[in-house]
Design a protein around this ligand. Structure first.
Ligand code: ZN
Length: 273
């Protein structure tokens, strides 16, 4: 494995990473090796790949001792985007990489309405009423019956009405949580579930992050200061650390440690905006 590469050196030597991270100077891994690792990283979606590749390209191919130049180069490597007039693509990609937990029925920007189905019990079978119900052909009727049979409201015997009341449930081992929704008619169920999970929620640990944290798997830097710069002073790193490699995934082996390129960024090195 290659040695750590010093970038954007700010005058003060940063300690060499220990152990498998290399040490000993040298010119580090090539862009090709990094690109291969990034493309093989199942955790990296399209946005993450775009960001990681731009970092890897600049860090390996256009090393600089100037933090400002580093950021200029990364923005340039990301390429121009039609939306650049309205959004800061670089910032958007960084925000996408902020280490955090995302609940299964939650997404930044709020809860998607179709995921807010009331999970109160359903007594009678659900029957869909398509707009052309009165003039359906026999085969359309068969198809409709099949759709009804496969509908969550019937397979799971849940109410399925738009949820208005929500109850948070945290898992005791991972701290992972999800929202349970209830409609007005099932308000009593909501408060009963609320009571049931009270103790469990109070004892649950901080959720293990399941999103972001990929930049620190590839590059070494003061990532806490970096992420905080883009998310606000109040952001706190997860207790499990900022690096996705370090987050325990129940039922999975830990990710083996690999060499990371040294990238010196700290709070005051960040581009001024
Ligand atoms: Zn309901």
């Amino acid at each position: 494995m290659g040695a750590a590469l010093h970038l954007a050196h700010t005058g003060q030597a940063t300690p060499e990473p220990k152990g498998e991270y290399g040490g000993g100077g040298g010119d580090g891994q090539s862009f090709v090796e990094y690109a291969q690792r990034i493309y093989q990283d199942d955790r990296a979606d399209a946005k993450s790949r775009r960001l990681l590749l731009a970092f890897a390209y600049v860090v390996t191919m256009q090393p600089t001792s100037e933090p400002k130049e580093l950021y200029r180069s990364i923005r340039k490597a990301l390429g121009r985007d039609d939306r650049d007039r309205y959004v800061d693509t670089f910032r958007e990609l960084i925000e996408h990489d902020v280490p955090r937990y995302i609940a299964p029925n939650e997404w930044p920007g709020g809860h998607e309405p179709w995921k807010r189905q009331c999970i109160g019990p359903r007594l009678r079978a659900f029957k869909g009423r398509p707009y052309n119900a009165h003039q359906m052909t026999p085969s359309q009727r068969v198809a409709q019956n099949k759709r009804d049979a496969e509908d969550d409201r019937n397979t799971m015997k849940i109410c399925g009405a738009p949820g208005k009341h929500r109850v948070l449930e945290k898992l005791p081992d991972t701290g992972w949580y999800r929202w349970h929704w209830f409609c007005d008619r099932h308000r009593d169920h909501a408060s009963r579930v609320q009571d049931q999970v009270k103790e469990q929620n109070a004892a649950a640990p901080e959720p293990i992050p399941n999103a972001g944290g990929l930049l620190p798997c590839y590059f070494d830097a003061d990532w806490v200061a970096f992420y905080r710069h883009y998310t606000g002073e109040r952001w706190e790193p997860p207790v499990y650390g900022v690096r996705a490699d370090d987050w325990p995934v129940p039922g999975k082996e830990p990710v083996p440690q690999r060499a990371r390129l040294r990238l010196v960024v700290s709070g005051h090195d960040l581009e001024s905006e």
